[in-house]
Design a protein around this ligand. Structure first.
Ligand SMILES: [Cu+2]
Length: 427
Protein backbone atom coordinates (compact mmCIF):
# COMPACT_ATOMS: atom_id res chain seq x y z
CA UNK A 1 0.00 0.00 0.00
CA UNK A 2 1.27 3.44 -0.85
CA UNK A 3 -1.17 5.30 1.34
CA UNK A 4 -1.19 5.91 5.04
CA UNK A 5 -3.79 4.41 7.27
CA UNK A 6 -6.60 6.97 7.83
CA UNK A 7 -6.64 6.62 11.60
CA UNK A 8 -2.91 7.12 11.93
CA UNK A 9 -3.05 10.10 9.57
CA UNK A 10 -5.78 11.61 11.72
CA UNK A 11 -3.67 11.00 14.85
CA UNK A 12 -0.75 12.79 13.24
CA UNK A 13 -2.85 15.78 12.17
CA UNK A 14 -4.46 16.08 15.58
CA UNK A 15 -1.19 15.82 17.49
CA UNK A 16 0.54 18.48 15.39
CA UNK A 17 -2.52 20.72 15.51
CA UNK A 18 -2.81 20.57 19.29
CA UNK A 19 0.86 21.32 19.73
CA UNK A 20 0.61 24.31 17.38
CA UNK A 21 -2.47 25.73 19.07
CA UNK A 22 -0.89 25.36 22.52
CA UNK A 23 2.24 27.13 21.36
CA UNK A 24 0.50 30.23 19.99
CA UNK A 25 -2.62 30.51 22.14
CA UNK A 26 -1.13 33.17 24.41
CA UNK A 27 0.51 35.22 21.66
CA UNK A 28 -0.30 38.90 21.68
CA UNK A 29 -1.52 39.03 18.13
CA UNK A 30 -4.23 36.43 18.32
CA UNK A 31 -7.40 35.79 20.17
CA UNK A 32 -8.25 32.34 21.34
CA UNK A 33 -11.83 31.32 21.34
CA UNK A 34 -12.68 28.52 23.72
CA UNK A 35 -13.47 25.91 21.14
CA UNK A 36 -10.89 23.40 22.20
CA UNK A 37 -11.56 20.53 24.48
CA UNK A 38 -15.30 20.48 23.90
CA UNK A 39 -15.94 23.74 25.73
CA UNK A 40 -18.07 25.31 23.04
CA UNK A 41 -17.76 28.83 21.73
CA UNK A 42 -16.94 31.78 23.92
CA UNK A 43 -19.44 34.63 23.80
CA UNK A 44 -18.93 37.49 21.40
CA UNK A 45 -16.89 37.71 18.25
CA UNK A 46 -13.22 37.89 19.03
CA UNK A 47 -11.78 40.90 17.33
CA UNK A 48 -8.32 41.02 18.85
CA UNK A 49 -8.57 44.60 20.00
CA UNK A 50 -9.46 45.95 16.59
CA UNK A 51 -13.02 46.82 17.49
CA UNK A 52 -15.96 45.90 15.35
CA UNK A 53 -15.54 45.46 11.66
CA UNK A 54 -17.51 47.97 9.62
CA UNK A 55 -21.09 46.96 9.28
CA UNK A 56 -22.10 46.54 5.70
CA UNK A 57 -18.59 45.65 4.65
CA UNK A 58 -17.63 42.22 3.48
CA UNK A 59 -15.90 41.48 6.75
CA UNK A 60 -16.25 37.96 8.04
CA UNK A 61 -15.36 38.84 11.59
CA UNK A 62 -18.79 38.28 13.02
CA UNK A 63 -19.31 34.64 13.78
CA UNK A 64 -22.77 33.29 13.50
CA UNK A 65 -22.97 31.43 16.72
CA UNK A 66 -26.54 30.32 16.15
CA UNK A 67 -25.49 28.75 12.91
CA UNK A 68 -26.85 25.37 12.03
CA UNK A 69 -23.47 24.15 10.86
CA UNK A 70 -23.30 21.77 13.77
CA UNK A 71 -21.38 21.91 17.00
CA UNK A 72 -18.03 23.58 16.91
CA UNK A 73 -16.97 22.31 20.29
CA UNK A 74 -15.08 19.32 19.05
CA UNK A 75 -11.37 19.36 19.24
CA UNK A 76 -9.68 20.03 15.94
CA UNK A 77 -12.57 21.62 14.13
CA UNK A 78 -12.68 25.10 12.72
CA UNK A 79 -15.56 27.23 13.90
CA UNK A 80 -15.46 29.89 11.22
CA UNK A 81 -17.16 28.52 8.15
CA UNK A 82 -17.38 31.84 6.33
CA UNK A 83 -14.11 30.93 4.65
CA UNK A 84 -13.90 27.33 3.58
CA UNK A 85 -10.39 26.37 2.42
CA UNK A 86 -11.89 23.55 0.35
CA UNK A 87 -14.23 25.91 -1.50
CA UNK A 88 -11.44 28.45 -1.91
CA UNK A 89 -9.42 25.94 -3.96
CA UNK A 90 -12.04 26.11 -6.71
CA UNK A 91 -13.25 29.73 -6.53
CA UNK A 92 -12.34 31.45 -9.79
CA UNK A 93 -13.75 34.93 -10.36
CA UNK A 94 -13.93 35.53 -14.12
CA UNK A 95 -16.37 38.42 -14.29
CA UNK A 96 -19.17 36.09 -15.37
CA UNK A 97 -19.33 33.95 -12.29
CA UNK A 98 -17.64 33.56 -8.98
CA UNK A 99 -18.03 34.39 -5.34
CA UNK A 100 -21.01 36.24 -3.89
CA UNK A 101 -18.72 38.55 -1.94
CA UNK A 102 -16.93 39.66 -5.12
CA UNK A 103 -19.09 41.99 -7.28
CA UNK A 104 -18.05 41.38 -10.91
CA UNK A 105 -19.05 41.84 -14.52
CA UNK A 106 -17.79 41.10 -18.02
CA UNK A 107 -18.42 43.17 -21.14
CA UNK A 108 -16.81 44.33 -24.39
CA UNK A 109 -15.35 47.80 -24.65
CA UNK A 110 -13.08 49.71 -27.01
CA UNK A 111 -9.95 50.58 -25.04
CA UNK A 112 -7.39 52.84 -26.75
CA UNK A 113 -8.80 51.87 -30.14
CA UNK A 114 -8.80 48.12 -29.49
CA UNK A 115 -11.96 46.21 -28.69
CA UNK A 116 -11.33 44.03 -25.66
CA UNK A 117 -13.16 41.88 -23.17
CA UNK A 118 -13.26 43.79 -19.90
CA UNK A 119 -13.47 41.79 -16.66
CA UNK A 120 -14.48 44.06 -13.84
CA UNK A 121 -14.18 43.28 -10.14
CA UNK A 122 -14.85 45.22 -6.96
CA UNK A 123 -12.25 44.71 -4.25
CA UNK A 124 -12.62 46.26 -0.82
CA UNK A 125 -9.91 46.30 1.82
CA UNK A 126 -11.21 45.75 5.36
CA UNK A 127 -9.88 45.01 8.83
CA UNK A 128 -11.16 41.66 10.02
CA UNK A 129 -10.10 38.50 11.77
CA UNK A 130 -9.40 35.19 10.10
CA UNK A 131 -9.24 31.73 11.61
CA UNK A 132 -5.73 30.33 11.17
CA UNK A 133 -5.91 27.31 13.49
CA UNK A 134 -8.78 25.81 15.45
CA UNK A 135 -9.97 28.52 17.83
CA UNK A 136 -7.19 30.92 16.85
CA UNK A 137 -8.14 34.25 15.29
CA UNK A 138 -5.57 36.44 13.59
CA UNK A 139 -6.19 40.21 13.15
CA UNK A 140 -5.99 40.48 9.37
CA UNK A 141 -6.20 43.15 6.72
CA UNK A 142 -8.04 41.53 3.87
CA UNK A 143 -9.43 42.10 0.39
CA UNK A 144 -13.19 41.39 0.56
CA UNK A 145 -12.76 40.04 4.07
CA UNK A 146 -10.88 36.90 3.10
CA UNK A 147 -7.26 35.72 3.21
CA UNK A 148 -6.09 34.93 0.58
CA UNK A 149 -8.07 37.53 -1.35
CA UNK A 150 -10.40 36.46 -4.16
CA UNK A 151 -8.78 34.68 -7.12
CA UNK A 152 -9.20 36.81 -10.26
CA UNK A 153 -9.11 35.09 -13.64
CA UNK A 154 -8.93 36.58 -17.14
CA UNK A 155 -7.76 35.64 -20.62
CA UNK A 156 -4.60 37.04 -22.16
CA UNK A 157 -5.40 40.35 -23.89
CA UNK A 158 -8.43 41.17 -21.73
CA UNK A 159 -8.61 44.33 -19.66
CA UNK A 160 -8.86 43.69 -15.91
CA UNK A 161 -10.68 46.60 -14.26
CA UNK A 162 -10.62 46.61 -10.47
CA UNK A 163 -12.73 49.10 -8.58
CA UNK A 164 -10.89 49.32 -5.30
CA UNK A 165 -12.26 50.88 -2.12
CA UNK A 166 -10.32 51.06 1.11
CA UNK A 167 -12.52 50.59 4.17
CA UNK A 168 -9.60 49.54 6.36
CA UNK A 169 -7.95 51.73 8.98
CA UNK A 170 -4.61 51.88 7.19
CA UNK A 171 -3.71 53.17 3.74
CA UNK A 172 -3.62 50.44 1.08
CA UNK A 173 -3.13 49.82 -2.64
CA UNK A 174 -3.32 46.93 -5.09
CA UNK A 175 -0.12 46.15 -6.96
CA UNK A 176 -0.40 43.62 -9.81
CA UNK A 177 2.37 41.28 -10.90
CA UNK A 178 1.54 41.75 -14.58
CA UNK A 179 3.26 43.25 -17.61
CA UNK A 180 1.58 46.55 -16.96
CA UNK A 181 2.22 49.36 -19.46
CA UNK A 182 0.91 52.31 -17.45
CA UNK A 183 2.88 53.37 -14.36
CA UNK A 184 -0.21 55.06 -12.88
CA UNK A 185 -1.74 51.61 -12.53
CA UNK A 186 1.17 50.01 -10.66
CA UNK A 187 -0.37 50.39 -7.22
CA UNK A 188 2.68 51.78 -5.46
CA UNK A 189 2.89 54.78 -3.10
CA UNK A 190 5.09 56.77 -5.50
CA UNK A 191 2.88 56.75 -8.59
CA UNK A 192 -0.65 57.38 -9.86
CA UNK A 193 -3.10 57.73 -6.99
CA UNK A 194 -0.48 56.54 -4.48
CA UNK A 195 -1.80 54.95 -1.32
CA UNK A 196 -5.51 55.20 -0.70
CA UNK A 197 -6.55 56.37 2.74
CA UNK A 198 -9.60 55.08 4.58
CA UNK A 199 -12.71 55.75 2.51
CA UNK A 200 -10.85 56.49 -0.73
CA UNK A 201 -11.43 54.65 -4.02
CA UNK A 202 -9.56 54.15 -7.27
CA UNK A 203 -10.18 52.12 -10.42
CA UNK A 204 -7.14 50.17 -11.55
CA UNK A 205 -6.93 48.98 -15.16
CA UNK A 206 -4.46 46.31 -16.16
CA UNK A 207 -3.86 44.51 -19.44
CA UNK A 208 -4.06 40.77 -18.79
CA UNK A 209 -0.55 39.75 -19.81
CA UNK A 210 1.48 37.58 -19.90
CA UNK A 211 -0.40 34.29 -19.57
CA UNK A 212 0.49 32.62 -16.30
CA UNK A 213 -0.26 32.44 -12.61
CA UNK A 214 0.26 35.82 -11.05
CA UNK A 215 -0.12 37.66 -7.81
CA UNK A 216 -1.61 40.87 -6.50
CA UNK A 217 -0.89 42.49 -3.16
CA UNK A 218 -0.91 45.75 -1.24
CA UNK A 219 2.24 47.84 -1.75
CA UNK A 220 1.88 50.29 1.17
CA UNK A 221 4.76 50.71 3.60
CA UNK A 222 5.96 48.96 5.63
CA UNK A 223 5.49 46.43 2.89
CA UNK A 224 6.22 43.39 5.01
CA UNK A 225 3.39 44.21 7.37
CA UNK A 226 0.85 45.02 4.66
CA UNK A 227 1.53 41.75 2.86
CA UNK A 228 1.86 39.57 5.91
CA UNK A 229 -1.45 40.82 7.37
CA UNK A 230 -3.27 39.22 4.45
CA UNK A 231 -3.56 41.68 1.55
CA UNK A 232 -2.72 39.33 -1.32
CA UNK A 233 -4.40 37.03 -3.80
CA UNK A 234 -3.99 35.01 -6.98
CA UNK A 235 -4.52 36.36 -10.49
CA UNK A 236 -4.63 33.76 -13.26
CA UNK A 237 -4.21 34.80 -16.88
CA UNK A 238 -5.27 32.04 -19.27
CA UNK A 239 -3.36 31.76 -22.56
CA UNK A 240 -5.30 32.71 -25.70
CA UNK A 241 -5.07 29.73 -28.12
CA UNK A 242 -5.28 32.01 -31.18
CA UNK A 243 -2.40 34.10 -29.96
CA UNK A 244 -0.42 30.93 -29.20
CA UNK A 245 -0.99 29.70 -32.78
CA UNK A 246 0.30 33.03 -34.12
CA UNK A 247 3.33 33.41 -31.81
CA UNK A 248 4.17 29.94 -30.47
CA UNK A 249 7.80 30.86 -29.78
CA UNK A 250 6.68 33.13 -26.91
CA UNK A 251 5.33 30.13 -25.00
CA UNK A 252 8.29 27.76 -25.09
CA UNK A 253 12.06 27.79 -25.14
CA UNK A 254 12.35 27.40 -28.91
CA UNK A 255 13.22 30.01 -31.52
CA UNK A 256 10.53 30.79 -34.10
CA UNK A 257 12.56 28.98 -36.79
CA UNK A 258 12.48 25.79 -34.69
CA UNK A 259 8.69 25.62 -34.33
CA UNK A 260 7.34 22.62 -36.24
CA UNK A 261 3.69 22.11 -37.15
CA UNK A 262 3.49 19.39 -34.46
CA UNK A 263 4.91 21.64 -31.77
CA UNK A 264 2.55 24.48 -32.71
CA UNK A 265 -0.37 22.08 -32.48
CA UNK A 266 0.77 20.80 -29.10
CA UNK A 267 1.19 24.32 -27.72
CA UNK A 268 -2.29 25.30 -28.90
CA UNK A 269 -3.76 22.18 -27.26
CA UNK A 270 -1.94 23.04 -24.04
CA UNK A 271 -3.29 26.60 -24.21
CA UNK A 272 -6.83 25.25 -24.59
CA UNK A 273 -6.34 23.03 -21.58
CA UNK A 274 -5.36 26.09 -19.54
CA UNK A 275 -8.10 28.41 -20.89
CA UNK A 276 -11.26 28.42 -18.76
CA UNK A 277 -13.39 29.32 -21.81
CA UNK A 278 -12.29 26.20 -23.67
CA UNK A 279 -14.03 22.81 -23.34
CA UNK A 280 -10.66 21.11 -22.86
CA UNK A 281 -10.21 22.99 -19.58
CA UNK A 282 -13.18 21.20 -18.01
CA UNK A 283 -11.26 17.91 -18.09
CA UNK A 284 -8.69 19.21 -15.62
CA UNK A 285 -9.24 19.60 -11.87
CA UNK A 286 -7.76 23.03 -11.13
CA UNK A 287 -6.91 24.28 -7.64
CA UNK A 288 -5.37 27.44 -6.20
CA UNK A 289 -2.91 27.12 -3.32
CA UNK A 290 -1.45 30.23 -1.76
CA UNK A 291 1.29 29.37 0.70
CA UNK A 292 1.10 31.79 3.61
CA UNK A 293 2.37 32.34 7.13
CA UNK A 294 1.30 34.27 10.22
CA UNK A 295 3.40 36.08 12.79
CA UNK A 296 1.08 35.69 15.74
CA UNK A 297 3.23 37.52 18.30
CA UNK A 298 4.55 40.22 15.94
CA UNK A 299 8.19 39.39 16.55
CA UNK A 300 9.09 39.36 12.85
CA UNK A 301 8.97 35.58 12.56
CA UNK A 302 6.13 33.27 11.53
CA UNK A 303 4.51 30.99 14.08
CA UNK A 304 1.94 29.41 11.77
CA UNK A 305 2.23 28.19 8.17
CA UNK A 306 -0.41 26.98 5.76
CA UNK A 307 -1.58 26.51 2.24
CA UNK A 308 -4.68 28.76 2.07
CA UNK A 309 -4.52 30.20 5.59
CA UNK A 310 -5.73 27.31 7.77
CA UNK A 311 -3.02 25.30 9.48
CA UNK A 312 -3.59 21.62 8.72
CA UNK A 313 -6.85 22.54 6.90
CA UNK A 314 -6.14 19.77 4.38
CA UNK A 315 -4.97 17.33 7.02
CA UNK A 316 -6.91 14.25 7.98
CA UNK A 317 -9.82 14.58 10.36
CA UNK A 318 -11.76 11.90 12.18
CA UNK A 319 -13.77 9.70 9.87
CA UNK A 320 -16.34 6.97 10.16
CA UNK A 321 -13.62 4.53 9.32
CA UNK A 322 -14.56 4.33 5.65
CA UNK A 323 -13.01 7.55 4.48
CA UNK A 324 -16.27 9.46 4.78
CA UNK A 325 -15.74 12.61 6.79
CA UNK A 326 -18.03 13.52 9.63
CA UNK A 327 -20.56 16.28 8.85
CA UNK A 328 -19.32 19.79 9.50
CA UNK A 329 -15.72 18.77 9.80
CA UNK A 330 -13.44 21.20 8.02
CA UNK A 331 -10.15 19.39 8.54
CA UNK A 332 -10.05 16.92 5.70
CA UNK A 333 -7.85 16.00 2.75
CA UNK A 334 -8.44 17.29 -0.76
CA UNK A 335 -10.40 14.52 -2.45
CA UNK A 336 -9.45 14.05 -6.09
CA UNK A 337 -10.54 11.75 -8.89
CA UNK A 338 -7.40 9.81 -9.74
CA UNK A 339 -8.46 9.53 -13.38
CA UNK A 340 -8.53 13.30 -13.95
CA UNK A 341 -5.43 15.44 -14.53
CA UNK A 342 -4.73 17.75 -11.57
CA UNK A 343 -3.40 21.29 -11.88
CA UNK A 344 -2.30 23.44 -8.94
CA UNK A 345 -1.78 27.20 -9.26
CA UNK A 346 0.82 27.69 -6.54
CA UNK A 347 1.93 31.04 -5.09
CA UNK A 348 4.26 31.78 -2.19
CA UNK A 349 3.34 34.86 -0.13
CA UNK A 350 5.24 34.24 3.10
CA UNK A 351 7.09 37.10 4.73
CA UNK A 352 10.09 36.76 7.10
CA UNK A 353 11.30 33.38 5.72
CA UNK A 354 13.33 33.59 2.50
CA UNK A 355 11.79 30.58 0.76
CA UNK A 356 8.90 28.16 0.83
CA UNK A 357 8.43 24.87 -0.98
CA UNK A 358 5.96 22.27 -2.21
CA UNK A 359 6.77 18.58 -2.00
CA UNK A 360 4.66 15.57 -3.00
CA UNK A 361 4.93 12.06 -1.56
CA UNK A 362 4.97 9.09 -3.96
CA UNK A 363 4.58 11.45 -6.87
CA UNK A 364 6.55 13.48 -9.40
CA UNK A 365 5.09 16.40 -11.30
CA UNK A 366 5.72 18.86 -14.11
CA UNK A 367 6.29 22.48 -13.10
CA UNK A 368 5.88 25.72 -15.07
CA UNK A 369 7.74 28.57 -13.36
CA UNK A 370 5.36 31.59 -13.23
CA UNK A 371 3.10 29.62 -15.58
CA UNK A 372 4.33 31.78 -18.45
CA UNK A 373 5.35 28.86 -20.67
CA UNK A 374 3.30 26.02 -22.12
CA UNK A 375 6.13 23.50 -21.90
CA UNK A 376 7.30 22.64 -18.38
CA UNK A 377 10.34 24.41 -16.99
CA UNK A 378 10.99 21.38 -14.74
CA UNK A 379 9.93 17.85 -15.62
CA UNK A 380 9.42 15.00 -13.14
CA UNK A 381 10.32 16.75 -9.89
CA UNK A 382 8.83 16.08 -6.47
CA UNK A 383 9.89 19.37 -4.87
CA UNK A 384 9.93 22.98 -6.01
CA UNK A 385 10.93 26.02 -4.04
CA UNK A 386 9.63 29.56 -4.35
CA UNK A 387 10.77 32.88 -2.92
CA UNK A 388 8.12 35.40 -1.90
CA UNK A 389 5.93 36.35 -4.91
CA UNK A 390 7.29 33.50 -6.98
CA UNK A 391 4.62 31.21 -8.34
CA UNK A 392 4.11 28.42 -10.79
CA UNK A 393 1.80 25.77 -12.17
CA UNK A 394 2.04 22.15 -11.05
CA UNK A 395 0.52 19.30 -13.10
CA UNK A 396 -0.01 15.95 -11.42
CA UNK A 397 -1.19 12.58 -12.67
CA UNK A 398 -2.49 10.01 -10.15
CA UNK A 399 -4.04 7.70 -12.77
CA UNK A 400 -1.81 4.73 -11.88
CA UNK A 401 -1.73 5.29 -8.11
CA UNK A 402 -3.74 3.14 -5.74
CA UNK A 403 -6.60 4.94 -3.99
CA UNK A 404 -5.70 6.41 -0.61
CA UNK A 405 -3.93 9.25 1.12
CA UNK A 406 -0.92 10.96 -0.40
CA UNK A 407 0.80 13.61 1.67
CA UNK A 408 2.11 16.92 0.32
CA UNK A 409 3.76 19.67 2.31
CA UNK A 410 6.50 22.27 2.54
CA UNK A 411 9.83 20.52 2.78
CA UNK A 412 11.04 22.98 5.32
CA UNK A 413 10.12 20.46 8.02
CA UNK A 414 9.45 23.28 10.48
CA UNK A 415 6.78 24.77 8.18
CA UNK A 416 5.15 21.36 7.80
CA UNK A 417 5.00 20.79 11.56
CA UNK A 418 3.60 24.29 12.08
CA UNK A 419 0.67 23.84 9.71
CA UNK A 420 1.74 23.49 6.05
CA UNK A 421 1.05 19.76 5.84
CA UNK A 422 -1.72 18.39 3.65
CA UNK A 423 -3.09 15.29 1.95
CA UNK A 424 -4.67 14.40 -1.35
CA UNK A 425 -7.23 11.63 -0.99
CA UNK A 426 -7.16 9.81 -4.32
CA UNK A 427 -10.43 8.00 -5.07
CU1 LIG B 1 -1.85 47.72 2.80
Amino acid sequence: MTSLDYGRAADLTERLQSRLVDSIADDAGVTRRAVLGGLGIAGGAALAGLGSADEGSHAIAAHDEDSTHGNFGSKGEYADLAFDPHEYLYQFNTGEGGQENVPQDVYRETVDGVERTVREFTLTAVDTTVTIAPGIEFPAWAYNGQVPGPTLRAVEGDLVRVEFENLGRHAHTIHPHLRNLNPRMDGIPQNGPGVLDTGESFTYEWLAQPAGVHFYHCHSLPLKEHIHRGLYGAMIIDPDPERVAARPEEYCGFHASQITAELREELVARAESRNHESDANADVNEMVMVMNGFDTNFDGDNEVYAANTRAFGYGVGRTNGKGEWAAGETVRPIRIDGQRPQRVYLINTIEFDPINSFHTHSQFFDYYDHGTTLLPTSKRVDTVMQCQAQRGIIELDYSDHEPGLYMFHAHQSEFAELGWMSFFEVV
